[in-house]
Design a protein around this ligand. Structure first.
Ligand code: NAD
Length: 257
C-alpha cells in the first residue's frame, strides 16, 4: 500500500461528506481521488464533486484504495457492493441498516475489508467502555438511554444509541428496550428506557443513566462538531487500507493506535 491512501467519498455534499473532504484537505496521509454525490454540486474543499450514477466506472477511472461513505442505508449497501466488485476497501459511517443491508455488507466483506461504525468519535468509544463497566458494577439498577440529534436526522434511535444498547444487553442478558413512555406505563424491572430527541442543529448527544439504591450515575457524551467523526473516519480509512477482507469496527482502529 502506498503511503498516501487514495480516498473516494460518497455523499460528498452531505453534512458528513463535506466534513470528510474538509478534514482530508488538512491531512497528508490521504488523497481524495473521487468525491461523488447524488445531486450535482461544483466542488468542496477544492475537490470536484461528480455525479455518483456510474460508481463502477468512477472507481475504474480513479482507482481509490478506500471508500468513505456517509449516505443512507440503501445507497451505502449498493456502494459497498461496488467496492467488493472493484477491490476497494469500505469505511461505512452510514447508520440505520436493516438486515438486508447488513447482509450485503457481510457478503462484500468476503472479498474486501469493510469497516462499519455507528460513531467515529474516540469519546464515544470511551463512553461505551465506561457504560459496560458501570452496568456490570451496578446490577439491578434502572437504565435509561437518551440521545439528542439535529432535526434532519432520519433514523431513530441513533446508530450510536443502538450500539450502546447492544453493549448494555451484552452485560444484562434479560434487558428489554422500552421506547418512550405514554399513559399508564409504570417501569418494569429489566426495562431499558430509550428516548430519541430531535431538535435544532445538535450534532449528537448520548446519555446513559444508571440509577438505584438512592444514587444516580449519568454518563454523557456530547459531540461539539462533525469534524470529530470525520477525523475518526479518516483514521479508519488509513488503518483499513491494505488489510485482509473481513468486517472491522472502529474499536479495531483504536486498539492499535
Ligand atoms: P445528510 O443528509 O446531510 O447527507 C446524506 C448524503 O447522502 C447526501 O449527500 C445525500 O445526497 C446522500 N444520500 C442519501 N441517500 C442517498 C441515496 N439513496 N442515494 C444516493 N445518495 C444518497 O446526512 P449526514 O448527517 O451527513 O449523515 C449521513 C449518514 O451518516 C447518516 O446515516 C448518519 O446517521 C450517519 N452519521 C454517522 C456518523 C458516524 O460517526 N458514524 C456521524 C454522523 C452521521
Amino acid at each position: 500500500m502506498s503511503e498516501t491512501v487514495r480516498l473516494a467519498v460518497t455523499g460528498a455534499a452531505g453534512r458528513m461528506g463535506r466534513e470528510v473532504l474538509l478534514a482530508a484537505a488538512d491531512r497528508d496521509d490521504v488523497d481524495v481521488v473521487l468525491a461523488a454525490n447524488r445531486t450535482p454540486v461544483e466542488e468542496i474543499a477544492g475537490v470536484p464533486v461528480r455525479p455518483v450514477a456510474e460508481l463502477d466506472d468512477l472507481f475504474a477511472e480513479t482507482t481509490p484504495d478506500v471508500l468513505v461513505d456517509f449516505t443512507g442505508p440503501e445507497s451505502s449497501a449498493d456502494y459497498v457492493s461496488a467496492c467488493a466488485d472493484a477491490g476497494v476497501a469500505a469505511v461505512v459511517g452510514t447508520t440505520g441498516f436493516g438486515d438486508d443491508g447488513l447482509a450485503t455488507l457481510d457478503s462484500a466483506a468476503e472479498s474486501v475489508p469493510v469497516l462499519k461504525a455507528a460513531n467515529f468519535s474516540r469519546g464515544v468509544a470511551a463512553l461505551r467502555r465506561a457504560v459496560r463497566e458501570a452496568v456490570a458494577a451496578l446490577p439491578g439498577y434502572d437504565i435509561e438511554v437518551t440521545e439528542t440529534h439535529h432535526n434532519g436526522k432520519r433514523d431513530a434511535p441513533s446508530g450510536t444509541a443502538n450500539t450502546v444498547l447492544e453493549d448494555i444487553e451484552a452485560v444484562r442478558g434479560d434487558a428489554e428496550r422500552v421506547h418512550g413512555r405514554v399513559g399508564d406505563q409504570p417501569r418494569e424491572d429489566g426495562e431499558i428506557g430509550v428516548h430519541a430527541r430531535r431538535a435544532g442543529d445538535v450534532t449528537g448527544e448520548h446519555e446513559v443513566l444508571v440509577a438505584g439504591n438512592h444514587e444516580l450515575l449519568s454518563l454523557t457524551h456530547r459531540a461539539g462538531a462533525r469534524g470529530v467523526f470525520a477525523a475518526g473516519a479518516l483514521d479508519a480509512a488509513v488503518w483499513v487500507a491494505g488489510r485482509d477482507a473481513g468486517r472491522y469496527d472502529f474499536d479495531d482502529v483504536l486498539d492499535e493506535r
